[in-house]
Write a protein that binds this ligand. Structure first.
Ligand SMILES: [Fe+2]
Ligand SMILES: [Zn+2]
Length: 477
């Protein structure tokens, strides 16, 4: 029998607003609070009998305050002798911790602003950050999670006088865990007190059309290369706009490569590492021709498409054309969601494949199919665009109705993408480099004549985000 359990996703106080049922394979089904009130509906929603997990059921019950722990570090309260007290006064501005579910030893914490959240004891013990349980340098867990007794419970909880720490002593071995309250709040889950940041984002994206694009800021090469502030500004621009310009770049491959490596190491692919492209068909890809390229993202054929792409045209002589095209695909998606919600839905769920097979020894395909619009499964937020109509593989596995729906949705997407109001056309001059978020901004180019030398590099999305966290956000785990 498959073992299913209820995992609360959103709780207010002790009330479960929504939950997922997961089986061993991780397949999930979501239920809202109305459905949760009726256990029978859960049974009927799954062909497999459901075994309720007793450790989770009490979360749906009202809070039963048993013990109250105040901000008095000099007089810690011992659980076995504690007298049950009323639920702490919600009007108080003090930080408090108490056992809200004595049966399961769920610890509730009230923050000075009145926000209350709950933690399971096993979760708290598992997240001990002391040097014995967590390596202070490598930031890796040293504790064997399975060594924690399933019925672990606190014997004592003390909030520090300055209200920044909560110390919990554990019944099984007397180990003491000291929690930073800001850390606890950041990682709270029942309910989550800080919004989940889609795909690790700290700052909102500023969506742009052609008009707004004229104001996308630029940074100077020397500032980026020689100052932490310059690098931070470049990262911030790239994060906010999905495109970060750098001016004053020496028109050499060496300087351009150094610029790319200022963010992270270069991702090597079948095109090589740092690339130096002209219309010479060095690889079997239209990028190595002089024909126009419609707006697209690169490497849709990879399971993990490249995150950033640097463009720097070192020379264009003896001809015309070759203007660069950029489109904020998150803006296009936003417009599509408003004007044709059905098309947005189709492009969010129709799974398609892509390939790169232009070189004799290359035949790349992703591990599985992906839609054009990809959403964070936890938050539902759009986080990645995968769109290259030229690299799209044969459409398979769809019903005739789904096929027709896909082409109709693709038509609406393309119309919005090609709306001149959404297109930023720039004649990139030597000395101006553009770093583009390939998970968000589409790029293309006009056909050209003459000799056009384009240099650049790929950088992984995870490595870009790592730099944003360390240079800009100074974010700890
Ligand atoms: Fe491209
Ligand atoms: Zn510890």
């Amino acid at each position: 029998m498959a073992s299913l359990y209820l995992r609360p996703q959103h709780l207010v106080g002790s009330r479960v607003l929504s939950a997922s049922l997961l089986n061993r394979n991780g397949a999930a089904a979501a239920f809202n609070s109305a459905a949760l009130r009726n256990v029978a509906s859960l049974h009927s929603a799954s062909a497999t009998p459901i075994r309720w997990s007793s450790s989770r059921l009490p979360l749906t019950n009202p809070i039963i305050p048993a013990c109250r722990f105040l901000t008095t570090p000099t007089s810690p309260v011992l659980l076995p002798n504690a007298t049950p007290s009323a639920k702490p006064d919600t009007s108080g501005a003090e930080l408090e911790a108490w056992i809200s579910d004595p049966a399961q030893y769920v610890v509730s914490v009230r923050f000075p602003d009145g926000a209350v959240t709950a933690f399971d004891s096993i979760w708290l013990r598992d997240h001990c950050r002391c040097p014995a349980c967590f390596h202070q340098v490598t930031k890796q867990r040293l504790l064997d999670t399975c060594s924690i007794p399933a019925d672990i419970k606190p014997t004592q909880m003390v909030v520090s006088a300055d209200q920044t720490k909560l110390d919990i002593s554990w019944a099984n071995d007397g180990h003491v865990t000291s929690y930073d309250l800001a850390w606890l709040r950041k990682h709270s889950y029942a309910p989550k007190l800080q919004p989940v940041e889609p795909a690790g984002r700290k700052r909102p994206k500023l969506l742009w059309d052609r008009e707004i694009a004229q104001t996308i800021p630029s940074v100077r090469f020397d500032d980026v290369m020689n100052t932490e502030e310059g690098l931070a500004k470049w990262l911030e621009n790239t994060d906010i706009y999905g495109i970060g310009f750098v001016d004053g770049v020496p028109t050499t491959p060496e300087a351009t490569e150094k610029l790319a490596r200022r963010i992270a190491f270069i991702r090597e692919t079948h095109y090589g590492g740092f690339w130096d492209v002209s219309a010479n068909m060095a690889h079997g890809d239209t990028a190595y021709t002089a024909i126009a390229l419609p707006a697209h993202t690169d490497t849709t054929y990879f399971t993990d498409p490249i995150g950033l792409q640097l463009f720097h045209i070192l020379e264009h002589s003896g001809g015309v054309g070759g203007e660069s095209l950029y489109v904020d695909a998150f803006h296009v998606a936003d417009r599509l969601r408003t004007s044709h919600p059905w098309a947005y839905d189709v492009l969010s769920r129709t799974r398609i494949s892509a390939h790169s097979a232009g070189d004799a020894n290359t035949h790349i395909k992703p591990a599985h199919t992906f839609p054009i619009l990809n959403h964070d499964p936890a938050t539902g937020a759009l986080y990645q665009i995968r769109f290259n109509n030229d690299d799209r593989s044969p459409l398979v596995g769809l019903s005739p109705a789904d096929v027709r729906e896909f082409y109709a949705a693709l038509r609406e997407w393309t119309k919005l993408m090609r709306d001149p109001a959404n297109e930023l056309w720039i004649k990139l001059q030597p000395g101006r480099a553009a770093m583009v978020d390939n998970w968000r901004v589409l790029h293309g180019r006009a056909s050209f004549t003459g000799y056009r030398r384009l240099t650049g590099a790929y950088i992984n999305w995870d490595d870009f985000r790592s730099r944003v966290r360390t240079v800009l956000d100074k974010e700890d785990v």
